[in-house]
Design a protein around this ligand. Structure first.
Ligand code: NAD
Length: 334
């Protein structure tokens, strides 16, 4: 069966890691008709819109998309395309598996954490205003509906995959109402899953605990901002952002994308690690039921890491983005 998938290459290193991923997918024999569209500054130049309607229509029509990173101006300019896309399509669950890759030197072995991050509200609501010059208010929105929905997602996932423990991360000692509501909703859901161990940790302690020993975590359940920060922290613990994939899941559609951003300093140099994007494609094809071929790609990626001779600079090698992709393809063909 030929899949029809929306492809948003993004900018910065996005087009390079996307191209590498397409080649690997093709070598695995997965038939795809890619509907290629872009968002962000590139799209603005061409269509006069940062998030053209065509992109949203394509994802709604195909139900599945894969996207590279899209840059967001710092402290000025247009709102994040990533946040807008997640909110507009109601992709409420951000799913980020943080797992060691064989042979990659990192601070810890046997890390296997699933970060489940609420993707639609919190401080990412983008509701900010100047109260008087020199004073800005930024609104943190937490609702019972979204908190319960993300908790159900995390507990359902844990039950389905026989994961043992869920850690809800919060700062309800300070934000008693907002994080307090989040926790109250999660506790309600936790009661329905007695076989899953449930704990609560304050976010600052969580960061310290992760750096001391991340193996104590199994599934982590977080609001939007804490989830974003903890994902990058987790990526650092297993070897870097070049290795961690992600999925934005909703009821009607799913958008798969690496955790990393557009890495402007290394963009255009053919040196970025495409692993996170390839692993995002694996998550996507597992979601689409292409289990056997997705697992073959995963095996090929692992084989390249075990061999260790064709690796990108971020993980201690000298290979280019294309050379890494070709090494994965060679394992798929042989
Ligand atoms: P970043 O993830 O782009 O880079 C952080 C560090 O990780 C840099 O040192 C970079 O070189 C390295 N890195 C990231 N991905 C890599 C890869 N595949 N291979 C090798 N090294 C890699 O984060 P940033 O610098 O904070 O953000 C840059 C831009 O990306 C910003 O405009 C930001 O808004 C955007 N961003 C987009 C997304 C997204 O599209 N989902 C996510 C995060 C950041």
């Amino acid at each position: 069966m030929k899949h029809k998938i929306t492809l948003i290459p993004g900018d910065g290193i996005g087009p390079e890691v996307a191209e590498a991923t397409l080649k690997v997918v093709e070598a695995a024999g997965i038939e795809v008709e890619w509907e290629r569209l872009n968002a962000g500054a590139d799209a603005f130049e061409r269509y006069g819109k940062y998030l053209p309607d065509e992109v949203l229509e394509s994802i709604r029509r195909n139900h599945v998309a894969i996207k590279g990173p899209v840059s967001t101006p710092i402290g000025e300019g247009f709102p994040s395309i990533n946040v807008t896309l997640r909110k507009t399509l109601n992709l409420y669950a951000n799913f980020r598996p943080i797992k060691n890759l064989p042979g990659v030197k990192s601070r810890f072995e046997n890390v296997d954490i699933i970060v489940v991050r609420e993707n639609t509200e919190d401080l990412y609501s983008g509701l900010e205003h100047v109260v008087v010059p020199g004073v800005v208010e930024s609104l943190k929105i937490i609702t019972a509906e979204a908190s319960t929905r993300i908790a159900r997602f995390a507990f359902d996932y844990a039950r389905r995959k026989s994961r043992k423990k869920i850690s809800a991360i919060h700062k309800a000692n300070i934000m008693k109402l907002s994080d307090g509501l989040f926790l109250a909703c999660v506790r309600e859901v936790a009661r329905l899953y007695p076989e899953i161990q449930y704990e609560e940790l304050i976010v600052d302690n969580t960061c310290m605990q992760m750096v001391l020993d991340p193996r104590q975590f199994d599934v982590m359940l977080l609001e939007n901002l804490y989830g974003d920060i903890v994902s990058d922290l987790g990526a650092g613990l297993i070897g870097g952002l070049g290795l961690v994939p992600g999925a934005n899941l909703g009821e009607g559609c799913a958008v798969f994308e690496p955790v990393h951003g557009s890495a402007p300093k290394i963009a255009g140099k053919n040196s970025a690690n495409p692993t996170a994007m390839i692993l995002s494609a694996i998550l996507m094809f597992q979601y689409l039921g292409e289990i056997e071929k997705a697992n073959r790609i995963a095996f090929a990626v692992e084989s390249v890491y075990i061999k260790g001779s064709v690796l990108t600079a971020d993980v201690g090698g000298r290979a280019s983005t294309t050379e890494f992709a070709e090494a994965v393809m060679a394992h798929l063909v042989n």
